[in-house]
Design a protein around this ligand. Structure first.
Ligand SMILES: *Cc1c(COP(=O)(O)O)cnc(C)c1O
Length: 224
């Protein structure tokens, strides 16, 4: 039997507790269950427990498991939280309901073109490299305002919010605060921040979406 439904309940309770502590309405934060590397048999019990919002980091892996699961659970909302290559944009726009990793003009333009061609409208988040780490994706904090404006003005994209992955081994709070600050000055309401280890810390900074994988599904068996 899967332990995931019990862990899901614990995560939901911890999220509700963090919302209460922050003086925010309970249930305001969307929990994205990150199912990357897990197969359909692992995901099914979590769907059956009522979870409907899921995150994946690879387009190809998602195509192998989600069309069938989505046919079974039609109200699933699927979020792409990993990097997007422009040659995968058509597949991504067809399968996903949200993309959290808009981080360069080429991808913004490709997404705009595909959404128009397919008549689909996805929720879009701009990824910000809050720690300005060379190995990480995302726009640098100082370039975020200009990139959001470019997405809106040059490509006609409606941007839902911002996403970040703070540096590991550092307290995340200052980075959550930074993302909130950038979102506010750009009139953005969405904040995708907080993972298994720190989602409760992201709630007082206004996280609208937390992305939680291992705390629900367990340690990932395979490399990402
Ligand atoms: C894997 C992943 C997560 C979830 O990580 P956990 O630590 O397992 O909760 C969240 N966000 C992104 C972008 C990821 O790639």
């Amino acid at each position: 039997m899967s332990d995931a439904p019990a862990r899901l309940a614990l995560v939901r309770a911890a999220l509700a507790k963090a919302e209460r502590a922050a003086g925010r309405p309970e249930g305001e934060t969307t929990l994205i269950a990150v199912s990357k590397t897990f197969d359909a048999a692992d995901i099914l019990p979590v769907l059956e427990a009522g979870q409907r919002t899921f995150g994946e980091n690879r387009v190809q892996e998602s195509q192998a498991k989600w069309p069938e699961l989505k046919a079974q659970f039609q109200d699933v909302e699927l979020h792409l939280i990993g990097p997007l290559q422009s040659n995968k944009t058509a597949e991504a726009v067809a399968l996903f309901d949200a993309i959290h990793t808009v981080d360069r003009p080429k991808i913004a333009q490709a997404i705009a073109k595909e959404m128009a061609a397919q008549g689909r409208s996805l929720k879009l988040f701009v990824q910000v490299n809050v720690g300005s780490e060379p190995q990480k994706a995302g726009v640098d904090p100082e370039d975020a305002d200009a990139f959001v404006a470019q997405c809106r003005d040059a490509y006609g994209l409606e941007i839902e919010g911002l996403m970040c992955i703070p540096p590991v081994d550092e307290p995340p709070a200052p980075y959550f605060a930074l993302l909130d600050q950038i979102a506010r000055r750009n009139g953005l309401k969405g904040l995708s921040m907080g993972m298994s280890s720190d989602f409760a810390d992201a709630v007082p900074f206004g996280a609208t979406h937390v992305r939680v994988g291992s705390a629900i599904f367990g340690t990932r068996p395979k490399p990402e």
